[in-house]
Design a protein around this ligand. Structure first.
Ligand SMILES: Nc1ncnc2c1ncn2[C@@H]1O[C@H](COP(=O)(O)OP(=O)(O)O)[C@@H](O)[C@H]1O
Ligand SMILES: [Mg+2]
Length: 303
């Protein structure tokens, strides 16, 4: 049994009469990258802010590293790291000054020079925040989030507004934080990001949990059929219909599409070869988390 680092149980949070989080529960296990995935306005940020003790929930139980964020928030904040918004740092602040300042807030004063080295910022130590490139800023924000060697790191929409190369670089930073031993909570509305990075995730929509699991298990359970495409000159491939995990076989000229579930790819491949068909263009098309979201909510992730 893996220990839960974070446990959120039946969280509810209103702003006046507006219900931002209706009923959200999830568990985060030690050492994983856990995602909260959902469209804008789903209540993700509110949920993680409650978990960090930055907002007070109306109802529900939260435990983070065995602490109650409501009553033990200041203790908790020593143990967690969270990524700042870019706008939170003054442009003239130098890289080393920012690290020094953040380290000074932590009892024991961690060695920020090591952190600066690890995130490849030493060459920019005396550069002002405003003079940094997008990638360097991102590295500094990560460095500041981990300067206190947190056991849990919260990252909220870290790649919004980044170009594809900077996004990929940021994904590597996120994996590097996990490799350093921390547990990560990643808030995102990008399904490709969640699919790529998260060990497990909870999909939220309109303040409620829609589904929880690993990306692969969610796709297998809710994503619908696997599609297998190949071409053949053989006019009759009806032997594929007999495979148990095949649902439909359709064809347009030489192009055949088989829809099925479970081990369908291996079974179709084996049956093709057994019948003397060895297609060179066999490929499989799998559903994505976007399909999962669409199926479970009836609407897309984009606003
Ligand atoms: N301080 C606030 N006052 C009033 N409404 C808020 C406040 N913060 C967030 N909301 C509303 O609560 C809902 C959930 O917001 P949020 O938790 O930020 O969602 P997400 O992070 O999933 O986009 C949104 O409709 C948002 O407009
Ligand atoms: Mg948000």
């Amino acid at each position: 049994m893996v220990a839960s680092v974070i446990s959120v149980d039946r969280l509810r949070k209103t702003y006046g009469t507006f219900v931002a989080v209706e009923d959200v529960s999830f568990e985060v296990e030690e050492g994983e990258i856990f995602g909260l995935l959902g469209p804008n306005g789903a209540g993700k940020t509110t949920s993680v802010e409650c978990a960090q003790g930055l907002r007070v929930p109306d109802a529900g139980d939260i435990s983070v590293l065995g602490l109650d964020p409501r009553t033990e928030g200041s203790q908790l904040r020593q143990l967690v790291g969270s990524q700042l918004q870019e706008s939170a740092l003054p442009g003239r602040l130098k890289v080393w000054e920012a690290l020094d300042l953040f380290a000074s807030l932590v009892p024991g004063g961690p060695d920020w020079r090591q952190v600066m080295e690890r995130w490849d910022l030493t060459g920019k130590a005396s550069a002002s925040f405003s003079s940094l490139s997008g990638g360097q800023r991102q590295r500094l924000l990560v460095a500041l989030a981990v300067v206190n060697e947190p056991r849990v790191v919260f990252l909220d929409e870290m790649t919004t507004g980044l170009d594809p190369a900077a996004r990929r670089a940021t994904w590597q930073l996120i994996e590097a934080i996990r490799d350093g031993g921390a547990t990560l909570v990643l808030v995102t509305h990008f399904m490709d990001e969640a699919e790529q990075l998260c060990d497990r995730l909870t999909i939220v929509d309109e303040g409620r949990v829609v589904a929880t699991g690993s990306p692969q298990s969610l796709i297998a359970e809710h994503g619908g059929d696997l599609l297998i495409h190949f071409s053949t000159d053989r006019p009759d491939v009806s032997f594929l219909d007999a495979i148990e995990s095949v649902h439909t076989v359709s064809r347009h000229g030489p192009h055949v599409t088989v829809a099925g579930h479970g081990p369908v790819l291996a079974l179709v491949g084996a049956e093709l070869v057994r019948n003397g068909i060895v297609p060179t263009d066999l490929r499989v098309q799998q559903s994505t988390l976007e399909d999962v979201f669409l199926r479970l909510t009836g609407h897309g992730l984009a606003e």
